[in-house]
Write a protein that binds this ligand. Structure first.
Ligand code: FE
Ligand code: CA
Length: 524
């Protein structure tokens, strides 16, 4: 009985649900590519097929993923001929392609919306490169990218920016033009890259169509976002390391549980398959992340020599359902369920094994939801977000205890999701003010979600005052810029005073430093 239950609980489902689940998965159509399918070499596009631009990502010391997607009318799927199109790609050391170091061909498949993912290898570590694609007689914009340093190298410094939560209707991506002017090795996106909601009037911008459910709905949504030139240009200029949060699929989903009640597992999985496939199609991801029906392995590592090790996490796909319902509750009952999990067993073991093996000074967790247990209640009434790590208290404690007991060097947790900046000491036991700080949490604000922001919000003013581990908070929109050296981590919080129209200036309301060997950030 025990064994049977165990095998059936592979996806966290009881037996009856598991059988429904396997039936739902087997009904998912195969990509349907056949060996004899004709390949078009001289396509006639009737328009620019590179309107979605180019992108690169997942840097390694010897290579990078190059991305494009052929579409003459990107927000209208299936306007492209339903045939396989051969593309060519080139990588050069100069912007005018006088010194091409690699080139090749790649197929753009209609089954994948004519997206192209090329994994280039054999490049030099820590070098800038330029790349472009050709299809028929058309040539893409020239992208710029950079490989990671050699695994055993200790670079003097690296710089990256991170952001999240770019709800299109809430405003303009005013942080990106400023991010483009920074000298960055990498851009990290922590999720809510799109929002799934229906278009609404009387907002700065409007989504095309209703709530997205089908594959073409998700494709149109990604295309609409990527046609924003500030976003597209930032992809063109830097390699990105991306992960998703909930809105790439459905608000506050957990494992196989939808936000709305009454959604059957079959419907839920079919929609999740569409969401995951569109995400893969639009992001510069490696083949290791290729979706398998409604599953997609997005957690992975990206190492910058012995300076920094980025562990990119997925806190949505494998978590158990939020305890006590979503929203804010006291920490009681199921919060302390020992079988509840935020990462799932496999990802958690992977993370811990990699942290133990890490030879890097800074060990970064690039993830979605806030880890510090922020009490938002008034007076004796304690309230915590059940969608964040405090809703999974045993998982949270286990990870922080692991940082402490295994002396993981300089853990820094990067967080998105909540549309505010926070700087938090991650304490081993938050109920004991004298408990050691075992890591640092930097929470990035939204690029647009939540609108202009910037007012003093009473709930958060109170939370900042009553939670001892909070060093700073801010309610502007923007992004976060970090510079890492072997001795010091400097964080500049960048704020855009408005997003309801384009062209905001950029401010740096605060900078914090973390000293190597001493967890916790200090205002500089
Ligand atoms: Fe968000
Ligand atoms: Ca979110």
């Amino acid at each position: 009985m025990q064994r049977c239950q165990k095998s059936n609980r592979r996806y966290g489902l009881p037996r009856r649900e598991f059988l429904k689940y396997t039936a739902a998965v087997s009904a998912i159509p195969h990509l349907g590519l056949r060996a004899g399918d004709p390949v078009t070499i001289q396509p006639r596009f009737g328009g620019n097929p590179f309107r979605l631009g180019v992108a690169s990502g997942d840097p390694e010391p010897d290579g990078i993923v190059l991305w494009t997607r052929l579409a003459t009318e990107p927000t209208v799927p299936e306007t492209m001929p339903q045939e396989i199109i051969k593309t060519r790609w080139e990588v050069a050391t100069d912007e005018s392609f006088g010194n091409v170091v690699q080139s090749g061909t790649a197929l753009a498949l209609p089954q994948l919306g004519h997206s192209v993912h090329v994994e280039v290898a054999g490049l030099k570590p820590h070098h800038w490169y330029f790349y472009r694609f050709h299809a028929g007689s058309e040539t893409s914009p020239v992208g710029r990218t950079r490989t990671a340093p050699a695994k055993n190298a200790m670079p003097d410094r690296m710089r990256f920016a991170f952001t999240s939560c770019q709800h299109y209707e809430s405003g303009f991506f005013n942080g990106y033009p400023h991010m483009q002017k920074e000298d960055l090795d990498l851009v990290i996106h922590l999720g809510d890259y799109i929002y799934e909601y229906a278009g609404q009037d009387k907002r700065p911008r409007k989504h095309i169509g209703g709530e997205i459910v089908g594959l073409n709905d998700y494709r149109t949504r990604y295309a609409q976002y990527r046609l924003d030139q500030t976003l597209q240009e930032t992809h063109r200029l830097f390699p990105w390391l991306v992960t998703w949060d909930d809105h790439e699929f459905d608000n506050n989903y957990a494992d196989l549980v939808s936000e709305q009640d009454g959604v059957s597992p079959e419907e839920f999985l079919a929609r999740r398959m569409n969401a995951y496939q569109a995400y893969y199609e639009f992001m510069p991801l490696r083949r290791r992340s290729f979706p398998q029906g409604p599953h997609m392995t997005l957690y992975r590592r990206c190492q910058f020599g012995r300076l920094a090790n980025f562990h990119v996490l997925d806190t949505r796909q494998y978590r158990t359902d939020q305890p006590n319902g979503d929203h804010q509750k006291p920490m009681t009952g199921k919060v302390f369920d020992t079988t509840a999990t935020m990462l799932g067993e496999k990802q958690e073991h992977w993370l811990m094994a990699n942290l133990l093996k890490s030879t890097s000074t800074w060990n970064v967790l690039a993830q979605q939801v806030m880890m510090a247990p922020l009490n938002r209640g008034e007076g004796d009434q304690r309230r915590y977000s059940m969608d964040q790590w405090p809703g999974y208290e045993i998982s949270r404690r286990r990870l922080l205890k692991f940082f402490h007991e295994r002396s993981i060097p300089n853990p820094v947790v990067l967080t998105g999701d909540i549309h505010l900046n926070w700087v938090n000491d991650l304490q081993l036991d938050f109920q004991d003010p004298k408990s050691p700080t075992v890591g640092t949490e930097l929470v990035g604000t939204a690029m647009t979600s939540g609108g202009n922001g910037g007012n003093q919000i009473p709930e958060y003013e109170r939370a900042a005052a009553q939670n001892d581990f909070v060093r700073w908070y801010n309610s502007n929109r923007g992004y976060v810029s970090c510079e890492l050296t072997p001795k010091m981590w400097t964080t500049d919080f960048r704020a855009t005073p408005f997003v309801d129209k384009p062209g905001s200036p950029i401010l740096t309301p605060a900078s914090f430093v973390i000293t190597q060997g001493r967890p916790g950030a200090e205002k500089s």
